[in-house]
Design a protein around this ligand. Structure first.
Ligand SMILES: CC(C)(COP(=O)(O)OP(=O)(O)OC[C@H]1O[C@@H](n2cnc3c(N)ncnc32)[C@H](O)[C@@H]1OP(=O)(O)O)[C@@H](O)C(=O)NCCC(=O)NCCS
Length: 158
């Protein structure tokens, strides 16, 4: 069991966020990108932190009554311990307090781990965006979750 807390992002997280990006993505967001997100009134970011170390994050943009998840990542040393599940759960709860009705996201077609995680929450695949990603070039799967009474994590076991 890992001891960690989840809280809103603050300015002091920007450097660690960009470091985490480098180990999680082939096209990582820069410090500048996170600095812009911090100033973006429509952006909501949550951080998972253990003893001052940033071990995961999730972000979404509020667009009218929908939320668009920009990214989620967990440090490789802390994976398969439920941290991404806790981050999505936090984002879902917070989105509901904002009266959002839908969450959407894009995920690499080959990223079956993330798709599995999202499906456990009830996200469904709606279609694909062709060549959405670079390095390597790849289609995105578009997934959505309708927010309502039930948005519990269910291990689909597939
Ligand atoms: C995808 C990611 C965020 C998952 O983080 P995590 O904290 O390990 O996820 P959780 O421990 O909450 O996993 C919950 C469930 O998701 C599924 N899952 C997570 N990682 C998986 C993997 N590598 N393979 C298969 N299923 C996986 C499992 O059903 C898992 O439940 P289980 O561990 O009880 O089997 C993490 O692997 C990551 O940061 N990857 C790189 C960045 C990335 O791909 N982000 C998504 C961009 S769209």
């Amino acid at each position: 069991m890992v001891d960690y807390t989840i809280r809103r992002m603050n300015k002091g997280d920007i450097k660690q966020l960009s470091e985490l990006e480098k180990v999680c993505f082939s096209v990582p967001w820069s410090e500048q990108s996170f600095a812009e997100e911090f100033e973006n009134d429509l952006a909501v970011y949550f951080i998972a932190e253990q003893c001052g170390n940033l071990i995961g994050y999730i972000g979404f943009w509020r667009i009218i009554d929908e939320g668009h998840i920009t990214n989620i990542a967990v440090s490789p040393d802390f994976r398969r311990k439920g941290i991404a599940t806790a981050l999505i759960g936090t984002a879902v709860k917070y989105a509901k307090t904002l009266n959002l009705v839908l969450l959407t996201l894009e995920v690499r077609k080959s990223n079956l781990a993330a798709q599995h995680l999202y499906r456990n929450f009830g996200f469904v695949a709606l279609g694909e965006r062709k060549d959405y990603y670079t390095n390597p070039r790849e289609n995105a799967v578009i997934m959505t979750l309708t927010l309502g009474e039930q948005n519990e994590y269910i291990d689909t076991g597939d």
